[in-house]
Ligand binder design. Structure first.
Ligand code: AR6
Length: 176
């Protein structure tokens, strides 16, 4: 059991490609198949290499035969990435039946829970659900920052890595 208490993590911002970041854990905006896709997921599998996909296939075979449910998170090796782990989480599709903001919050909370279990101290998040899954950036940023602030964790730094100016501005506004 972990005891997720301690000072609140520092919340920091970076702009660019999350696969260029160094952190203990990089969070992947995956889909429930865990077998890759576009956006962050495609980039993570490309730079992480075959070890990440092999670990994802193992998870499908062992624990997630029906896929990783939306809002949950699970870790694998980070392969060739400059990190120890990738934490895969599945964001909700904006506007889909049952795609409640609480499911997006759950992605951040569950990823931090997994990070605590692993002993990760630095965790980099992309803006989950704001690409292919269509969540409006401002609302997604508000949910992300509020959830991380409200989640007890032993992580020291939570870094939001935003791909473009618009996403960076949306998260910066929440951190002000
Ligand atoms: N580094 C950081 N941010 C990125 C990168 C990158 N390399 N690439 C894109 N973004 P998305 P989702 C931004 O679509 O909405 C995949 O096909 C992007 O601009 O990666 O959760 C999965 O397999 C956007 O702001 O994730 C799923 O099927 C944000 O990251 C589906 O897309 C998230 O965009 C998941 O959709």
């Amino acid at each position: 059991m972990t005891d997720p208490t301690g000072p609140a993590p520092a919340l920091t911002l970076a702009q660019g490609d999350i696969t260029r970041e160094h952190a203990d854990a990089l969070v992947n905006a995956a889909n429930s198949s865990l077998l890759g896709g576009g956006g962050v997921d495609g980039a993570i599998h490309r730079r992480g290499g075959p070890a990440v996909l092999a670990a994802c296939r193992d998870l499908r075979a062992s624990r997630y035969g029906r896929g990783l449910p939306t809002g949950q998170a699970v870790a694998t090796t980070a392969g060739d990435l400059d990190a120890r782990w990738v934490i895969h989480t599945v964001g909700p599709v904006y506007g889909a039946p049952g795609a409640d903001p609480s499911l997006l919050a759950s992605c951040y909370r569950e990823s931090l829970r997994v990070a605590d279990e692993l002993g990760a101290r630095t965790v980099a998040f992309p803006a989950i659900s704001t690409g292919a899954y269509g969540w409006p950036l401002d609302e997604a940023a508000r949910i992300a920052v509020a959830t991380v602030r409200a989640t007890p964790t032993r992580v020291d730094e939570v870094r939001f890595v935003l791909f473009d100016d618009r996403a960076h501005a949306a998260f910066a506004a929440q951190l002000d």
